[in-house]
Design a protein around this ligand. Sequence first.
Ligand code: 6PG
Length: 224
Amino acid sequence: MKIETHPASDLGKALAGRVAENLRAALAKKGRASIAVSGGSTPAPFLAALSAENLDWAHVSVTLTDERQVTIESDRSNARLVAQNLLRGAAADAQFIPLYAAGQDIAETGKQVAASIVPLDVCVLGMGDDMHTASLFPDTPGLAGMLDSDGGTLVALASPPTADEPRVTLTAAALTTAAHTYLLIKGAGKRTALDQAMSTTDLLAAPVRAILDASSAPVVFYAD
Ligand code: 6PG
């Protein structure tokens, strides 16, 4: 794992430039590219900066690392965050693949993830102070299976006791398919949590560790 520290005002743009390079390389090699991005309060500047990158967006698939079980009209919706910050201008030509729909059959969602999302070219994750990533929170029922990178399940319904609402999340088996993995975090509290995650092997207490150990050697983009 590598940690790159940037000024807070530059963090999003710096990551957007690196991700755009990754996506261009995938487009040049395969004629298509895929990226999964996280929600929350940190990614907006990154998403807006990525939106301004010159890419063959019509051949880029965009999805989420996780989603709250809310409608896109909700200000809690990650799909809304992506629509408002990334899928603008030329980037509106990208194919957005939602992760949640009311009444969804999660097995069908898993088939769609298998068919059209994994293996990912790029995965951009956040992390909470409790060392969760995506919607893989400590104390979530069924977390062990969601963290099994060799498990067959690619997407799961999650009901983290500490989250504001039930979630849908890509599992470690899906997230760790990414060729390029980034952890986008801001603030000293998260830097402390990252150090804690690196100092334990208890995945159930530090779910982000399942990603930090991924073969794609995640790069942490950090700002104080
Ligand atoms: C979500 C995210 C989640 C997020 C962390 C950090 O849907 O909330 O995907 O994993 O990345 O909770 O969130 P902040 O950026 O708001 O601190």
